[in-house]
Design a protein around this ligand. Structure first.
Ligand SMILES: C[C@@H](N)C(=O)N[C@H](C)C(=O)O
Ligand SMILES: [Zn+2]
Length: 211
């Protein structure tokens, strides 16, 4: 079901920077640097909302990584149902192939919906997050090499893809282990996609805007 809630606080979602003020956020769907090439419906601000328990778990992951010289960079968190509908409409517009070379060069656009873009995404339930790892290099934090970029819809992005080099697989494993330690489960087709288990609202999606 889709909840009639009109704001995050009333249903127990909090913005992650309340817990980790300096967390690295690169909320791609709030801008044009994403596979649709424009801001996605429902993203009014580059913010990350999660159910409080998932947010607290993510804060613990970040704390633990910092002790190892690593950090998280978050690409997406709670995703309004209207944003998922925007993705579904984009996926159905087979005449628009503008993102193909960057985001799905080896797959037909008609194959993306389902495996790589869910029409009923767990992101809308507020316990799923897309993210990567940063490591300190020459005094700055930079993304570790995961073998593909975020939202590269391709078998090479499958977490255990044999196309990834040993170093890339080790980086993916490092992220998976850090997330698993706090209750997040990876989606095997996308190295960046994790869901906190048990989901606080496993049967309820939300549609208020990210603001
Ligand atoms: C679109 C991509 N970032 C993603 O989150 N994919 C999964 C399958 C989803 O849409 O839930
Ligand atoms: Zn995701």
């Amino acid at each position: 079901m889709v909840s009639p809630a009109t704001d995050a606080a009333s249903v127990g979602l909090i913005e992650i920077r309340r817990l980790v003020p300096d967390l690295s956020l690169d909320i791609r769907y709030a801008g044009a640097d994403n596979f649709v090439g424009r801001p996605v419906a429902g993203y009014e601000a580059p913010a990350c909302y999660l159910h409080a328990r998932a947010a607290q778990a993510l804060a613990r992951v970040e704390r633990s990584l910092r002790g190892q010289g690593l950090r998280l960079r978050v690409y997406d968190c709670y995703r309004p149902v209207r944003a998922v509908r925007d993705f579904v409409a984009w996926a159905g517009d087979l005449g628009d192939q503008s993102g193909k070379s960057e985001y799905y060069p080896h797959l037909d656009k008609s194959a993306l919906l389902g495996d790589y873009i869910s029409p009923t995404s767990g992101h809308s339930r507020g316990a799923t997050v897309d993210l990567t790892l940063l490591a300190s290099r020459a005094g700055r934090y930079a993304p570790l090499d995961m073998g593909t970029g975020f939202d590269f819809f391709d078998p090479a992005a499958n977490t255990d893809s044999p196309q990834a080099s040993p170093e890339q697989r080790a980086n993916r494993d490092r992220l998976r282990q850090a997330m698993a330690a706090e209750g997040f489960e990876n989606y095997p087709l996308e190295w960046w996609h994790y869901t906190y288990r048990p989901e606080p609202t496993p049967r309820t999606a939300f549609d208020f805007p990210v603001r």
